[in-house]
Ligand binder design. Structure first.
Ligand SMILES: [Zn+2]
Length: 306
């Protein structure tokens, strides 16, 4: 029996959870994310010690972080938790925890959790897309994460929105320096931005969705356009890797109307219209981060049962 600890490293909080061999959460603990790198390391050391004390056993440790680790140098880059950038975080964490640690981008952890025993369980090719504050994604093939040569695989959030319409040009500048990034359209903040640019009204995404459900024409139209943009982006994914299933997570994935006709809209934009995969909501919600991080060390028992 091996116990696994998963750590979800967020911009404001760090959550750690211990998983049983069957994949259920035995214990979880949250703490505020420190803003200095040295404090991050000692906080994680204490957090792991606390969880191991609670479960009464040593455990493997996997961690999901924002940004990604550059494979050649081992340095973190593009993390919105800025103190990690340019640091050999995995190596330093292994030193303070005195064990090997597995580390992946948080969207990759999400995809892994949903592929192994979430909404994509039993499917060979699973693409997980987080549409929350930002837009990140991960790809799992036959139970294994596909990271890519530069840890870039699945970064659809920063490819341009395909087939831009006249009112979508000039393409908005993304924080990453590129123009017209999908994230600028399909993240929750992108949805708000697009609504503001189309109507001049400054509403948060929840208010827009509620207005759409109440039948307000501008909000209904905004949600319709949102689904169309999401379909355009995901049609590229379908053409490129042809997943069995696309699992959506993050705040916008809870908006039920976006699923209406979404898979069909994607199919119509694939070559010869032959993609027949599903688009479904995540099973594990906010727990996907810690679960996927723990599952970086595998979960043979769960796989065998699935
Ligand atoms: Zn971008």
């Amino acid at each position: 029996m091996t116990l696994r600890i998963g750590i979800d490293y967020g911009g404001t909080k760090i959550e750690a959870a211990a998983l049983s061999p069957e994949g259920s959460v035995l214990y979880r603990r949250r703490t505020a994310t420190p803003d200095s790198y040295d404090l991050v390391l000692t906080t994680l050391r204490d957090l792991v010690a606390d969880v191991e004390r609670e479960i009464g056993a040593d455990a493997s440790v996997g961690i999901g972080t924002p940004g990604s680790m550059e494979p050649a140098s081992g340095m973190i880059r593009n993390a919105n938790a800025a103190c990690l950038n340019g640091r050999p975080f995995k190596r330093d964490l292994e030193t303070v925890l005195a064990r090997e640690v597995r580390l992946a981008n948080d969207a990759n952890c999400f995809a892994l959790s949903e592929a192994i025993d979430g909404a994509g369980a039993g499917r060979a090719s699973v693409f997980g897309l987080i549409i929350g504050t930002g837009c990140g994604a991960g790809y799992v093939l036959d139970g294994k994460l596909v990271g890519g040569a530069h840890a870039l695989a699945g970064e659809v959030g920063h490819m341009p929105l395909p087939d831009p319409q006249p009112d979508e040009l000039p393409a908005p500048l993304c924080w990453c320096g590129l123009k017209g990034c999908l994230e600028s359209w399909v993240s929750g903040t992108g949805f708000q931005r697009a609504f503001h640019s189309a109507t001049g009204r400054d509403l948060d995404s929840k208010t827009i969705v509620a207005a759409a459900q109440g039948g307000e024409p501008e909000a209904v139209e905004a949600l319709h356009r949102y689904r169309d943009r999401l379909a355009r982006g995901l049609s590229v994914v379908a053409n490129l890797i042809d997943p069995d299933v696309i699992v959506l997570g993050g705040g916008m994935s809870n908006v039920e109307p976006i699923y209406e006709g979404l898979a069909e809209a994607i199919r119509l934009r694939t070559f010869s219209g032959i993609w027949k995969g599903d688009v479904v909501q995540a099973r594990w919600g906010d727990s996907s981060g810690v679960r996927g991080a723990a599952l970086l060390w595998g979960l043979e028992e769960t796989l065998a049962r699935a």
